[in-house]
Ligand binder design. Sequence first.
Ligand code: ME8
Length: 512
Amino acid sequence: MSKTFYVTTPIYYVNDVPHIGHAYTTIAADVIARFKRLQGNKVFFLTGTDEHGQKIERTAESNGEKPIELADRVVKRFQNLSDALNITNDDFIRTTEERHRISVEEIFRRVEKAGDIYLSEYEGWYDVRNEAFITETQLEEIMDLPEEKRPIIEKVKEESYFFRLSKYQEPLLEYYKDHPDFVSPSYRLNEVVKFVEGGLRDLSISRTTFTWGIAVPGNPKHVIYVWFDALTNYLTGVGFPDNEKMLNANWPADVHLVGKDILRFHAVYWPAFLMSAGILLPKKVFAHGWWTVEGEKMSKSVGNVVDPYQVVEEFGADVFRYFLMREIPFGQDGDFSKNSIIARVNGELANGLGNLVSRTLGMIEKYFDGKVPEPGELKDEDESVRTKALSSVELVEKEMDEMAFHKALVSLWDFIGDVNKYVDESAPWILAKEKNEERLGTVLWTIVQAIGVVTILIYPFMPESAEKIWERLGSSQPLNSKLLSDAKEWGIVKSGQTVEKGQSLFPRFENK
Ligand code: ME8
């Protein structure tokens, strides 16, 4: 069986409800998954929730509920969000599932068998919010921060199993050297290399002072460290350890999408665990940037955490998806604000795309009774639209391969701009007045082909709007049966199809 393109999101903690940061990673993964499918690939797309650990145990305790009750309640919010955002994940993994326990125990045993686990005592600091052990260097950095910015850390002293991370310092550095694409963007790889070069100490991978987690095989006094548990989800989701067929069809993952906050866990610890267990490493870890909201860091205490459900309610899932992918280069930080969304809706969606579609279909209704006309002889300016369409498809493909979503959208909107210009210059309304029916038919046919190409290309970003446009174009075949290769064929919208102008695709918003 040919290998799928396997893409993952982080699994989200259930101590808190989803916010736009979670929506962002999941939408980006969905855009990749949909685009890969459009290119004709089989795709496996995994997301889920991280339900164990001290933080969840404490949150549940303070709510007066059991950790599993908390998880069962909050997981629904994450699962429903997938529907609200039109996410096409193939599976949703919860770390409290039986299949995951089996998988984590197996990895633990393999790492142990490799001689990389030993029992000792951990004495040091622990950051419960980030579920992270704090090294000496990190402790110094924390102490340099102003008090209000310091994470809450606690002194821990307990018996613990350790993973021989130090043994993997050189193998990791070698791996980064041989696989410069392992971490993207490249400036993030530099940070990772620097961190590893700074020296790796063995990593505590079990705790004894709480119980909410997976027990260490053979020593149930110990709970496996939540990151060891969580990272393994990427294997559990594709059938590890028993479903070899599924595993071979999907592993290694093509890309783990993560926020920059958790890059170290994915680019240092995870590959070290896998090397130890004798399992192939994922091909890439992509660390994206961080969103602020109206210029401020999102935080519960500031009270500015944005609820993705509310954004969907106000603007619709497609506008939300488009904005997140268009606003900032994937990898960099950015700011989320209503005015920026509105500016993009009004300028790019309503004026650019919406206007092109509605005036074109309106003219076909008016001049050709709603039937896509036959083209006559093509002139240079018509051929030039076709050439631009083809080069846009190729450009978007290249930019999507680099996960430069914003660039892909800029290229697409450049093309939309070119087509709008072609409409203005060809002035079909004048051709209609002059009763030049053949030329009028050729121009409208050309524009409608361009709209067909745009529809296929925006499908991964704005699935609902693409479906709507496709329907209005009157094709008898569903949009999801189309591939990118079809977009390269000029003539995807057939003469004789009945189009419908319909209501405005992207209503304008007033600035707030
Ligand atoms: O870290 N901007 O879960 P988590 C952009 N369970 N993205 C953001 C964001 C923001 N302001 N805030 C959060 C965990 N994210 C672990 C992961 S994986 C094996 C275990 C996104 O619920 C971003 O993807 O804290 C970040 O990495 C993730 O949410 C953290 O989610």
